[in-house]
Design a protein around this ligand. Sequence first.
Ligand code: MN
Length: 324
Amino acid sequence: MSTIEEIAKVLNNSKSVTIFTHVRPDGDTLGCAVALRRALSLKGIAAEAVNEGPVPERFCFLEEMKEVSRTPRLDAETLVAVDTSDISRLGRHEEIFRAALGKRGKVTVNFDHHISNTRYAQYNFVRERASNAENVLELIEAMGVTLDKEISDALLLGMCTDSGSFSHADVSGDTFRAAAKAADGGGDIHTVYVESMNRRSKARAQMYAEVVSKLRFLSDDTVAVALVTDELLKKYALDQDATEGIVDFGLSIDGVEVSICLLEVRKGQYKVSFRSKGKVDVNAVARMYGGGGHVLASGCMLFGDLEEICDKLRYAIWQHAGDL
Ligand SMILES: [Mn+2]
């Protein structure tokens, strides 16, 4: 594995850089990408940030998000993936990244914080932190770039969203030290928190209330399952991004050890998000079905009807339940 200093050197010596983010982008992958894009351009290096889809509305309060494009425009020398545990998480851009692997004149970098990272690039840096933005902050410092307001806000967005506004179990002194640097750099945590995490449309509030009112409880009320059907999203004219955060509600219930959100992506196919209070390793649970993530937060895809899926989940959690 490479060090932050080695990767800083690779980036500083690059003529051009494309920064890739993962599918269904969150605040961390986008915050990391736009902060790094700006740091590179402040050094006079041609740089762009890309995602296969649109930037979710709740992150668009940052001007820098305008710099995120749907397809690479540069034929960049260096390709960097941020916050992306596996190359397949690049979605439509996977082939572009894959084509650069081992190709002369191309450099690939994988810069991440997921325990499940598959080390798919030429240069890999993976260090567990509450957010990858903490790692990117150190990378930008190692590149010799002074944090400005735009970089600081983008990094705070990553830290704030991935850490559940600095509340998750994996938040440490490192998180706060990084956040303090971003605050000193001009970052505004109040705006970042309110815009990205603490506002919602009326339609979303109503959809949320309906999902919560129908929560299912499994395994002696230790597992809460929220179901978001396609029909429900259509009823409120919402897209799948609107389900962000629902899984966290289940975990707030006394006695619940694992909270699950099932999002129906098409008939018989569900995107599953897991949260754990700590007794169950949900990274291991998700891995049973080809997914992964962190010990306390992970995801996978499941196929079948709802009852089959609940049986699978019950079984998988029981397998990894420890003293539950
Ligand atoms: Mn992340």
